[in-house]
Design a binder for this molecule. Sequence first.
Ligand code: TA6
Length: 285
Amino acid sequence: MISHIKTESGFNYIEVKNDAATAKIALQGAHLFHYRQQGKEALLWISTLSSFVLGKAIRGGVPICWPWFGKHSEDSHLPQHGFARTAEFKLVEDNEPNPETSELVLELQDSVESRKMWPHRFILRVTITVGSSVTVALSTRNNDSKPFTISSALHTYFAVSHISLASIEGLAGATYLDTLTGETEKQAGTIEIDQEVDRVYQAQPILLRLHDGKRQIQIKPAGSASTVVWNPWINKAAAMGDMNDDGYKTMLCIETANAMQDKRVIQPGEEHCLKVELIEEQDSP
Ligand code: TA6
C-alpha cells in the first residue's frame, strides 16, 4: 500500500507498507528515511532532532548527494553535498508487482534555480524498491548539449545497536583517503570505530557487510567506485544541531559513492546509475 502524507509543516512524504516491509520516502530529496523489514528492527538511523522542514536536509536515512559530493570545489556558498537532497522531487511512477514489493520512481529536472548553481540540463531519477531488501538507484541523464561531471553518494546512515559492536567487512586492503589527516592509508582487516572516522575508500566492493552484534547487513553497491565511512564521534556529534550528543553511538554511515577522483563525466544523452541494495541477513544462530 502506498500512502501520500503531508505533515503540518507542509513536508510531503510517501509511506509504503507491504507484506515484506514498511518504508517512508520524503519527496524532498527523494529521501528514504525509514525502512524496516517485517519482524526486524529499523535498518536506517534517523536523528530524533532531524527537522522535517523544507530546505533542510533530513539527518539520517539515505540522503542523496548530487551533483557534487562534499564541499563545492569552487564556490563555498553552494550547499555541501549538492542541491538534490533539498530539492522537491515528483513521484512519476509507483507500482506493486506483488504483495511483497513496492517500487517508486521519483524525478527531478533542471530548473532556473538549479541552473544558477549548476549550469546543466539533466533528468535525475531515483528508483526505490521496498521489499525483503531495499534498493536505491540514482540515475543521472545528461539532457544537455555538452558533457558534465558529477560526483555523488547514497549517504546511508545505518542504525547500530552500539558503535562499539559495529564492524565493516569487505574493504580490507583497500586504499583510503583519511579526510581528517589528509593522508592516504591502507585498510588492514575489518573496520572498527573507536574515534571520529571520515574516510573515502577507493574501492569497488562487490559486497560489504555491516556486523552489529548478531545482526548482519549486506551492502551491494553498483556503479560506484568509492565507499565513504563516517562517524562524527563525540565532538562533531555535540556540534551538530540536528544530532543528539550521543547520536554517534547508534549510527554509522557507509556510503555508496563516486567521490573525490571518482568523478564521472556524463556525455550528452548518456545515463549513469549509482545503486545500492541493502539486505538484512537472517539472524545468525
Ligand atoms: O560523508 C561524510 C561527510 O562528508 C562528512 O565529512 C560530514 O560532513 C558528513 O558527510 C555529513 O555532511 P552533512 O552536510 O550532511 O552534515
